[in-house]
Design a protein around this ligand. Sequence first.
Ligand code: KG4
Ligand code: ZN
Length: 336
Amino acid sequence: MRILGIETSCDETGIAVYDEQQGLLSHQLYSQAKMHADYGGVVPELASRDHIRKIVPLIERCLADADTDKTQIDGIAYTSGPGLIGALLVGSTVARGLAFAWQKPVIGIHHMEGHLLAPMLEDTQAEFPFVALLVSGGHSLLVEVTAIGEYQLLGESIDDAVGEAFDKTAKIMGLDYPGGPRLAKLAEQGRPGRYKFPRPMTDRPGLDFSFSGLKTFAANTLRDSDQSAQTLADIAYAFQEAAVDTLVIKCKRALKQTGHKRLVIAGGVSANTFLRSQLDKLLTSLGGQVYYPRLEFCTDNGAMIAYAGLQRLKAGQADTNLKVRPRWPLTELEAL
Ligand code: KG4
Ligand code: ZN
């Protein structure tokens, strides 16, 4: 089976062709980040319009790169939620239009399931069951995964997602959108030990997160400081250290609670090298293993949607109606 994948949930147009036997044949990504940077965050209406401009040329290029014509496509997968409704509608209508014209099955994919399965695009894949830490700009989830579509929610953020906290803190510190990776870069110049930030909700049982207080803590620390370049880097270091440490503490708890020794991390924040190295250390100490996607598949992309689509279409699932769900709990998905 060969699947065309389409991702348009936020500010990236991601397209890919994935073949069941040969793996990923091609992928294209267009990021709108520069356009939104002037506004300090994603402007939904601009995002929708830009997806409209980019989606068809990207699909054409992707099919050409994969040396694939429409008759060789066996199905189409698109992100149907969660995300910005206008952006989702662009991907879903194009996907369904192509499916109608080409007479192929089509399926709407949950964006976070796409992220969750992105590490499966790599050579070494995690066997089920495992614990997944899904950390993006919109979500912070700890999930027990027993099979594709069988997701038990262990914990989630009660306020800001961790990526959102990175982005908001970066903005407070005067860094451009998208701030998460910029803050992480600045933290490399920071010195350990100068500031100590709290580890929210780690002093009580449970696996939920809260990250909005960290952003306020950073804002107050900055306000009371000399605001020199070194101080900014030290604050970035302390913020990242606290956010990562909090995630590590909760992952350790989730692994203990479930008894699993495999941890999958995915979503934009899984690109954070400090988080990766700390989780590598944790899993080594527990005699387990951590799995993550290559850097380009941590953030939004079409390959993860094509891969998830293949799994579901292969199992005989397909949509009959146009489906977009800006809000959509991961735990509502159908098992295969
Ligand atoms: O998965 P993603 O591309 O989009 C959503 O589904 O939200 O994740 C984007 C998020 C942003 O908040 C971005 O700042 C964050 O991932 N991010 C990072 C890093 N790279 C991306 N956060 C911390 N460190 C990074 N290296
Ligand atoms: Zn995402």
